[in-house]
Design a protein around this ligand. Structure first.
Ligand SMILES: [Zn+2]
Length: 216
């Protein structure tokens, strides 16, 4: 399935484009699309005033782009919580279902869903759920890819994309897992997983989509 405009807005939001400039390259990796497709979509999003694009510097959400992205993320993640809590879905099977439901969700439906679920703050992948006004708790912007050997911390969230979620599940890595970085080179980041005592080799591209909370 080709990612649509809404998927791009969500990805830019998740990569930190609400407060910082992000690159085309980051979006290419996040959505597994070509650089040409990203350029084409960014041009459209600029025309619609959802993002600003400063050549050679990066892309950032405008206030209206941020609001729109926050609502899409809210819908997606409320459905994820519902699928796990109310329908008993396993955590690794909810992303695609939520992806379909989010596009058919009205504001009122999301508000009723949130109330029924007890106003949850996080999705099962550690992602923050914005409130009905689009406000949200700020989350970690430190990617595992940036961590040097010896760094200790835990996994706070991953980018809400099927490829990323499937990757960490296949690897045996979970939200909240603790780790110590063993090695960080051009290809991968190797971490020692405290819970299992195993060393896990995390592909460098994926490590850019795994956000961590460092131990002080
Ligand atoms: Zn999620």
């Amino acid at each position: 399935m080709t990612p649509n405009k809404e998927d791009y807005l969500k990805m830019i939001f998740e990569l930190g484009g609400d407060t910082a400039l992000i690159s085309n390259k980051q979006i290419v990796a996040g959505l597994s699309v070509s650089a040409a497709s990203v350029s084409e979509m960014i041009t459209k999003l600029v025309e619609q005033h959802y993002v600003t694009h400063t050549p050679y510097q990066g892309i950032k959400l405008t206030a209206s782009g941020q609001q729109k992205a926050a609502m899409l993320v809210r819908n997606h993640r409320l459905w994820e919580v519902f699928l796990v809590q109310s329908l008993g879905y396993p955590v690794d099977a909810i992303h695609q279902e939520a992806e379909k439901l989010e596009h058919a969700t009205t504001g009122e439906m999301a508000d009723r869903l949130a109330a029924m679920l007890g106003e949850p703050h996080y999705c099962p992948h550690g992602g923050v759920i914005p409130d009905a006004d689009g406000h949200y708790i700020d989350q970690s912007r430190v990617a595992l890819a940036e961590c040097t050997p010896g760094t200790k911390g835990h996994i706070e969230r991953v980018v809400d994309e099927a490829a990323v979620i499937d990757y960490i599940f296949a690897l045996g890595l979970h939200i909240e897992d603790h780790f110590t970085v063993v090695d960080n080179d051009a290809k991968a980041v190797t971490i020692h997983q405290t819970e299992t005592g195993r060393d896990l080799v995390v592909d460098r591209v994926r490590a850019q989509h795994i956000f961590v909370e460092l131990k002080a």
